[in-house]
Design a protein around this ligand. Structure first.
Ligand SMILES: Cc1cc2nc3c(=O)[nH]c(=O)nc-3n(C[C@H](O)[C@H](O)[C@H](O)COP(=O)(O)O)c2cc1C
Length: 375
């Protein structure tokens, strides 16, 4: 039986469009590098999702690319052509059969794409400004019509998500990828309608939202979620500040989205600059949004107590990433009053038991400091 102090985690949640979640815990979107060469989802990746879709109320998938030149990782599954609908359907069905809602994260990598995974090595972005890291390619600045075409691609992938039976899409405007590149004064140095002022830097992100919403209005026969994920700050100068982010949040709350999803590594991380406030970024964002749209929090929630403390901020929903890789039964253990049995460190012998595809496993164990690993 659930320890009553955790009952709040298991309170159902209803989105304004009527879609109901059984509890407040969501699988965070996590790339697994394990799809087939042809862009279809692989058996090992589907099994990884099945293993993690029973306790959570909603699964946000790894990002899928909406345009050929938006592929951001080797082994990323594709969402950019109609041929991919059966593959997307297989993924949606596998998740939904376990009882969770399935949301497809849609994405374009922009200047973060490795040249060897995009056609002709043609890496594109808002402006010809590379990522501040040695060896990063200088992207080619997109033309006006290419930008329009990528916006259209976000809509097309949304249509495929509807056809494939997903319950929603999450627009990936976070983690430094193309949508964020248009919002960022670091990567967007344009002086046309897509850049120049904060308002103009919002043009692309908001156009993507409008296109996705339009496609949902036209094609979805049942309620379909549209969420938006963003990163609150960038370390670079110039770069997105907390003040910019609050402007983005205001603009997004006017768009009738189903949820906003913050991307941070630590739920309690504090602003670097842009506001005089000692509270965490998520608390500041939650206060700004109020009850206008639900916010999903995230970041280094490993134990039931961590989750409880996070919910005390008033956040309605929590996404859990690494911890659900380490312990796929995390939610069930809390539900059954076995929260003290939760495993919070990866054991190097457990790859098979945890159903982790090999490329993801290799990335995890060879990236020091990324995951807590037992000595
Ligand atoms: C292996 C891995 C892959 C990730 N891939 C994505 C992704 O495709 N899209 C995304 O928005 N965030 C991605 N993230 C970030 C997570 O969604 C999450 O925000 C981050 O891991 C912090 O949450 P956690 O501490 O619960 O893991 C990834 C994180 C990990 C660990």
């Amino acid at each position: 039986m659930t320890n009553p102090k955790y009952d709040g985690l298991f309170k159902p949640f209803t989105f304004s469009n009527g879609i109901q979640l059984d509890n407040r815990i969501i699988l965070a979107p996590m790339t697994n590098y394990s799809s087939n060469e042809d862009g279809t989802v692989s058996d090992s990746e589907v099994n990884y999702y099945i293993r993690r879709s029973k306790g959570v109320s909603m699964v946000i998938t790894a990002c899928t690319y909406v345009s050929a030149n938006g592929k951001g990782f080797p082994g990323e599954f594709a969402g950019h052509t109609d041929e991919m609908v059966p593959s997307l359907k297989r993924l949606a069905t596998s998740i939904k059969e376990q009882g969770a809602k399935a949301v497809l994260q849609i994405f374009h990598g922009g200047r973060m794409c490795p040249p060897d995974v995009v056609p002709n090595g043609d890496v594109v972005s808002a402006s010809a400004v590379p990522v501040e890291q040695d060896g990063s390619p200088t992207p080619r600045e997109l033309t006006d019509s290419e930008i329009e075409s990528i916006i259209h691609d976000f809509g097309e992938t949304t249509r495929r998500a509807i056809e494939a039976g997903f319950d929603g899409v999450e627009i990936h405007g976070a983690n430094g990828y193309l949508i964020q590149q248009f919002f960022s004064p670091h990567s967007n140095r344009r002086e046309d309608r897509w850049g120049g002022s904060l308002e103009k830097r919002l043009t692309f992100p908001l156009a993507v939202v409008d296109e996705v919403k339009k496609v949902v209005d036209t094609h979805a026969k049942e309620p379909f979620l549209v969420g938006y994920r963003f990163s609150p700050e960038e370390p670079e100068t110039p770069g997105i500040t907390m003040k910019d982010t609050l402007a983005l949040v205001d603009a997004l709350t006017n768009k009738n989205l189903d949820y906003l999803h913050v991307s941070v590594l630590d739920f309690w991380s504090k602003p670097r600059r842009g506001v005089e406030d000692t509270r965490s970024r998520i608390e500041i964002i939650q206060e700004r949004v109020g009850d206008r749209v639900p916010v999903i929090g995230v970041g280094s929630i490993y134990t039931a107590v961590d989750a409880l403390k996070a919910f005390e901020t008033g956040i309605p929903l929590l996404a859990i990433g690494r911890e659900l890789i380490i312990d796929p039964d995390w939610v069930q253990k809390i539900k059954e009053g076995r929260e003290n049995e939760i495993i919070t460190k990866l054991n190097r012998d457990d790859q098979e038991k945890l159903v982790i595809p090999d490329p993801l496993w290799q990335a995890i164990i060879h990236t020091p400091g990324w995951f807590p690993i037992e000595d």
